[in-house]
Ligand binder design. Structure first.
Ligand code: SF4
Length: 376
């Protein structure tokens, strides 16, 4: 297990995402740590694109993080409250967190400034902070997702050696939902590893147990990525394990590409979609909607981006116009509804005509509340 911990102060504490998407609906990300002692053998943070130095052997604890975040949120006049997603290329609840309560202090700052959060983890340690999560959920919005891609504990131990066992994650999910129903909880069924986790039994088990635990959603996506250093590390680990028999079929499936072929993904998506119907589990997270001028911008964006995602799942084809209309709505500086009511919708800066044509019908329906709400 990783045992090198370094303390270091970083200049910036909050990253702004240009276009919040329908996975986390996050506008900001933050990383309380650099590196992750969960050491999942498929972790994409090992790939060159993330530049996490010495990911395998060292975790950096970012000092003064809570104070700097406090100043940042206090100072910023242009920083409207919006969803913060802690974690990303590390787990905010990795083992050291138990001792130093670093993420907890950061959550306290987020709660103080009334920003909503969406947090993903592989650890049941998050239940320690249920009091703060409850405060955030009551004041604004809080979503907690557990990454679970197998219910086989032995396989999970091999793939994710230092995170909580899947059964513990499911127990944590259940407890959060039971204790604080207003927290949105669910499973990130990501990444599903071909030949290890894509069999019908495992797919059904993950859905079934997610549902039994009381989840509000289950998310799944494009499957395992195989990218430069991360791919090399993962394949090496597989070769030296009792799962070495999957190396050949896996490499045959990927054929040197980063993602599995479209036909494989399409077949998986349809299977998973059928399971989501069977277990009545939404495959998107319900979005946080601000009460200010962004309200309808965000609502219509949610409808469009969810619709586009569903099209990809069902047909394998993305409607790019719909996608961009949804993404751009997140960044408007005034209410789309007002613009529409003032008859200026076709003069909107930065939007193409075919994007406006997709948005306009929803605006027409807003006064008939039920018609729009059925999409939400
Ligand atoms: S918990 Fe997430 S960030 Fe940490 S090693 Fe696993 S996949 Fe990577």
């Amino acid at each position: 297990m990783m045992d090198k911990y370094t303390y270091k102060e970083f200049k910036s504490v909050l990253n702004k995402i240009k276009y919040p998407d329908s996975w986390f609906w996050a506008r900001y990300t933050l990383n309380t740590y650099s590196g992750c002692a969960h050491a999942c053998i498929y972790c994409d943070a090992r790939s060159q694109r993330y530049y996490v130095e010495d990911f395998e052997n060292e975790v950096i604890i970012k000092t003064n993080f809570d104070k700097k975040l406090d100043q940042r949120l206090k100072r910023a006049r242009t920083l409207l409250p919006d969803v913060i997603a802690p974690g990303g290329v590390n787990d905010a609840y990795q083992p050291i967190e138990k001792k130093i309560e670093h993420t907890r202090k950061v959550l306290e700052v987020i709660a103080k400034h009334k920003f909503p959060i969406n947090i993903a983890t592989k650890s049941d340690l998050i239940t320690r902070d249920i009091d703060i999560l409850e405060k955030i959920a009551t004041d604004t919005w809080c979503t907690v997702g557990f990454s679970i891609s197998t219910t086989n504990e032995e396989l999970a131990k091999f793939l994710e050696p230092y995170s909580s066992r899947p059964s513990k994650r499911l127990e944590a999910l259940k407890r959060i939902k039971k204790d604080v129903p207003q927290i949105q909880v669910g499973t990130y069924f990501i990444p599903i590893i071909p030949f290890l986790e894509d069999d019908d039994k495992n797919l059904e088990d993950v859905f079934k147990k997610t549902k039994q635990a009381g989840a509000d959603f289950i998310l799944y996506g494009q499957g395992l990525t195989l990218r430069d250093e991360q791919a090399t590390y993962f394949i090496k680990k597989l070769k030296n394990s009792r799962y070495q028999y999957v190396v050949k079929p896996l490499l045959n499936l990927y054929k040197g590409q980063m993602y599995p072929p479209g036909e494989y993904l399409q077949e998986m998506h349809l299977k998973l979609f059928d399971l989501s119907q069977k277990y009545n589990l939404p495959i998107r997270v319900k979005r946080w909607i601000p009460k200010d001028y962004r309200k309808w911008n965000y609502k219509i964006s949610e409808i469009l981006l969810n619709k586009e995602f569903l099209d990809v799942i069902k047909t394998g084809i993305s409607n790019n116009t719909m996608k961009w209309a949804g993404l751009k709505l997140n960044n408007l500086k005034e209410s789309i509804l007002n613009i529409y009511r003032n008859g200026k919708i076709y003069q909107l800066d930065g939007f193409y005509k075919n994007e406006i044509e997709i948005i306009e019908p929803y605006l027409g329906k807003i006064d008939k509340k039920t018609a729009l709400d059925k999409f939400l």
